[in-house]
Write a protein that binds this ligand. Structure first.
Ligand code: ADP
Ligand code: MG
Ligand code: MG
Length: 917
């Protein structure tokens, strides 16, 4: 009796308070890997790793529901929480065999943030909690290692002081206050070598440091550092919840569209120690290379260190492969772990571990962030290894990341003629040139001025995220391939070279010194994130492998492994997608490229783009300056052969695939010169007076050209123009058809809002078609339809569909007209709109599904109501944007059309959409 048992259950749970705390340890866990929204990614996978018997130190997770409660209730906790935490601590004490605050063998814990999606470095973690002036002595005695105990204590004071008590850089200060104290002490102790590594500080020095840290905390906050471990824990938990709403976390969530409502979990976990000597250490590894996708254990390790040191890039760690020599047993275990993780999670893992006296502990695992290259290679190879199915491979690769595979690389000849000035670690593949800037703010400002920018830093920290976003590439002097810079760059798809230790960066003078050369702020540098090389100046780029195989044809698939995995992925995607893809292409060579990239036709040929070639523009101008229809006719007849030969070229390149040809769309004044000198030239060329030219220019002036005399309004006022274009299309069609190639023109009338507009233009097209067919004594098959780009067209789509054989959504203009927002002017306020979350994304890049999308839905429904089999497509920029492509699939469009270089993205996104159902 399901109803009864259900009510019984709900009664039971309502009498008990909800579960907020989930324990894990010794092979058992309350939670599991599926509970990411409740336990956060880190907590859920700690539970999962515990269940599969990987060596995870015990602990417990305070759920994200507590975070939500905390923000909903003026930063207070649910009443039931305290008791649950007490119970969990008790369990943890039993599991670790130590007691919190104990004077002989104190339990120390890590308090770790953990959101549903990982947000690298955005939130705070506190290690070694539970130490105070007394427990530190106990730790020293128990471990017989005083240095270690005080190293833990000083780290704890530093993290706690920063994160919980707010002892941070003040405005105008260049360095973290705790770092300043460390530097001062080093200067006192090592006057000759003040930059010695932290490992050179002995127990006495570290003890001194802890005294100074406590003093610093008191001076800065007016409060004493809390001795009581319980109070420390309360403070730390509150700080982790608080860090959910720090500025950098908010910026990060905005960039990656992570909802602010999700909240973070808090993990409290028994400490294991990587800083007990040279048989200990801490590392970060990937089960495969996250930059290239190669199947090797990849990562880095620091001897005698606690974990934050690796990620923070303070010391440059050694490659994890080095452990083969230094700790062969640990290395062997790591290889096992790598295997276990991949066969359990079926994906490349990014994991953190610590070795304490030769014993391995797992501290975290998650699906690793990777470059586009690695994403494709890993997915395809995992299918071959039978770890996943082709469908998984398709689902898993962010469609947008394919753009990295198509992006240019440095030209091999150009790179040979340039001296490599230094080398770093290749952390984010690709080629980038730009002016160097040494601070994130300046990089951001320069990018806003339109400069190409490279951000150059000693190391990056989460505060630099805006500057990293703005830069073409990121170059750091310190930190390894799992440093913050590398991690974030890979995720953003930015080119990155890190740990180029020869670079001497001086922030105070804004200079970079390397091997006797100096580079100043604003100088050009080039970096190759695939090889790690750094070049002076701007290095020429050349096409990627994919482009060379498909378009330039100077590379064969056999020579390019990355092409082969790409082609395999595309094949799987094409087998699954139900929507066709077309390209926006205006010229025969572009059409050829588009077909090579998988286009199944042209979805938008903008005829006016042909007007600018050679002397055609003169004929166009002559046509515009004409005083009457007769004169206009004469000018148009000169344009006709040019248009005809272009169309013929397009039809030939398409080899039977359809081509949607849009009639003239932009306002005429876009074609005529506006400055006096060029007007004079033009007058001379055409043998007319300058006055006449400038008068006509004035006549054509419009206050708001976007809403002015353009689109079908041109063809209605000047039918001769449409007639010429129709004739060019049909004569070209007849010619190419006669040569044995099938031709499928689809003539598209732009900017229709009233059914009558379309009817008039269609009548004209049919008239010309009939003439040409008679003249050439042939039969042509063609369609006539319209671009849907005005809200009125959407709401009267049933009437328009009576004459339109197809609709193609012109979502660039449809967005402009629906939002009443000019794409070219929106830049001045859209960023603010995004900050205020009025819009989540730029509606000109990502389709506004709630508004523009609703109109499209209406148009689809109404259009089909009068013409059941109406052909539907989209040809705006959105046709190559993954989320918009998926939306089009849901609407039931027959195809999406986008620029040739975005076709692989559209193909993959369409396959992903098809798999969803
Ligand atoms: P983030 O989310 O920034 O990676 P983590 O919570 O993973 O922060 O903590 C950062 C580092 O602190 C870890 O990589 C690990 O090396 C160290 N750490 C975390 N928990 C423990 C623990 N229980 N024992 C020892 N070190 C830990
Ligand atoms: Mg951290
Ligand atoms: Mg971590």
């Amino acid at each position: 009796m399901p109803t009864k048992s259900k009510s019984a259950k709900s009664k039971k749970s309502s009498s008990k308070s909800p579960k907020y705390v989930y324990s894990f340890g010794n092979g058992k866990a309350d939670g599991n890997g599926k509970l990411k929204s409740l336990l956060g990614g880190k907590g859920a996978n700690l539970a999962e790793m515990t269940r599969i018997r990987l060596p995870v130190p015990p602990g417990f997770t305070i759920s994200t529901e507590v975070c939500t409660y905390y923000y909903d209730h003026k930063r207070t906790y649910p009443p039931a929480l305290e008791k649950q935490i007490d119970e969990a601590i008790h369990k943890l004490e039993t599991a670790m065999g130590k007691k919190f605050g104990d004077q002989k063998d104190p339990l120390l814990v890590a308090v770790r943030s953990g959101a549903r999606d990982s947000m690298p470095g955005m939130m705070d973690t506190i290690l070694n909690l539970g130490l105070n002036d007394r427990t530190v002595r106990a730790l020293a005695e128990r471990s017989k290692n005083e240095r270690f105990a005080y190293d833990c204590y000083r780290r704890f004071l530093q993290m706690y002081g920063d994160v919980v008590m707010g002892v941070q850089k003040r405005a105008g200060e260049d360095h973290e206050p705790f770092e300043v104290v460390i530097e001062e002490l080093k200067k006192e102790l090592f006057p000759k070598d003040p930059h010695v590594s932290d490992t050179k500080l002995d127990a006495t020095a570290l003890r001194k440091l802890t005294d100074r840290f406590r003093k610093l905390i008191r001076e800065r906050t007016g409060q004493d550092f809390p001795e009581d471990p319980r109070e420390q824990l309360r403070g730390a938990v509150g700080a982790v919840f608080g860090s959910w709403n720090n500025e950098r976390a908010i910026i990060y969530r905005r960039k990656y569209n992570i909802p602010h409502e999700w909240g973070t979990a808090v993990n409290v976990q028994g400490m294991v120690f990587g800083n007990t000597g040279n048989d200990s250490g801490s590392g970060v590894s990937f089960t495969r290379d996250p930059a290239t996708g190669e199947k090797v254990l990849y990562g880095e390790f620091l001897l005698n260190a606690q974990g934050e040191d690796v990620v923070a890039g303070v010391r440059t760690p050694e490659p994890v492969l080095q452990l083969q020599v230094e700790m062969p047993e640990v290395y062997r275990q790591l290889q096992d772990v790598r295997h276990t993780l991949e066969s359990h999670f079926h994906d490349m893992q990014d994991f953190e571990f610590t070795v304490e006296h030769g014993r391995l502990f797992m501290l975290q695992t998650r699906n690793g962030k990777r470059t586009g290259f690695a994403a494709v290679r890993i997915a395809v190879e995992m299918v071959k290894e039978k770890l996943i199915k082709p469908d998984d491979a398709i689902r898993r690769i962010p469609a947008d990341s394919l753009s990295q595979l198509l992006a240019p690389v440095f030209d091999s000849r150009a790179r040979k003629t340039t001296q490599v000035i230094a080398k770093g670690l290749p952390a984010g593949p690709g080629a980038a040139s730009g002016k160097i800037y040494f601070s994130a703010n300046e990089a951001e400002a320069a990018a806003q001025r339109g400069e190409k920018v490279l951000l150059v830093r000693v190391e990056t920290s989460p505060e630099d995220i805006r500057g990293m976003l703005a830069a073409e590439g990121i170059l750091t002097a310190r930190g390894g391939v799992s440093s913050h810079a590398a991690l974030v760059a890979r995720q953003m798809g930015k080119v990155c070279v890190c740990g180029a230790s020869e670079l001497q960066i001086d922030y105070s003078t804004n200079t970079l010194h390397v091997r006797g050369q100096n580079f100043r702020k604003g100088d050009f540098l080039s970096i190759d994130g695939t090889t790690g090389e750094i070049f002076p100046g701007e290095v020429k780029t050349s096409p990627s492998d994919i482009v060379r195989v498909l378009i330039d044809k100077d590379l064969t698939p056999a020579e390019s492994p990355i092409y082969r995995v790409f082609a395999q992925l595309m094949q799987w995607a094409d087998q699954r997608r139900t929507m066709e893809v077309r390209a926006n292409a205006d010229q025969p060579d572009q059409v050829g490229h588009a077909v090579a990239f998988g286009a199944q036709g042209v979805g938008l040929c903008r005829t006016e783009h042909m007007f600018f070639e050679g002397d055609r523009i003169d004929h166009v101008r002559e046509m515009i300056l004409a005083e009457n229809a007769d004169e206009r006719g004469k000018a148009l007849s000169k344009l006709l052969p040019a248009q005809r030969s272009d169309f013929a070229g397009i039809f030939k390149a398409l080899k039977g695939l359809p081509a949607t040809i849009r009639f003239l769309d932009p306002p005429l004044h876009e074609f005529i010169p506006h400055d006096e000198a060029s007007q004079k030239d033009l007058a001379e060329k055409l043998g007319i007076s300058v006055d006449r030219v400038s008068r006509r220019v004035k006549e054509l002036h419009e206050f708001n050209p976007m809403l002015g005399h353009r689109g079908c309004r041109l063809g209605i006022v000047y039918p001769e123009i449409s007639e010429m274009q129709a004739r060019a299309v049909f004569e070209a069609a007849a010619e190419v058809q006669a040569s044995g190639i099938k031709v499928r023109p689809e003539i598209m009338i732009p900017l229709v809002g009233f059914p009558k507009e379309l009817e008039l233009q269609i009548a004209l097209v049919h008239k010309v078609a009939a003439q040409v067919q008679k003249e050439k004594n042939t039969k042509l098959s063609y369609l006539v339809g319209t671009m849907i780009e005005i809200p009125r067209a959407c709401v009267v789509a049933d009437q328009i569909a009576r004459s339109a054989q197809f609709f193609s959504f012109g979502t660039n203009d449809l967005t402009q007209t629906t939002l009443g927002m000019s794409r070219d002017d929106a830049g001045s306020f859209l960023p603010r709109y995004q900050e205020e979350e009025i819009v989540r994304q730029n509606p000109f890049a990502v389709l506004d599904q709630g508004g523009v999308g609703k109109l499209m839905e209406t148009a689809v429904k109404l259009g089909r109501s009068t013409r059941k089999d109406i052909k539907l497509g989209i040809c705006g920029e959105h046709g190559g944007e993954p989320d918009s492509v998926k939306f089009c699939h849901q609407l039931g469009l027959a195809y999406v059309s986008c620029s040739p270089f975005r076709l692989p993205i559209a193909r993959l996104a369409a396959a992903q959409a098809a798999l969803k159902n």
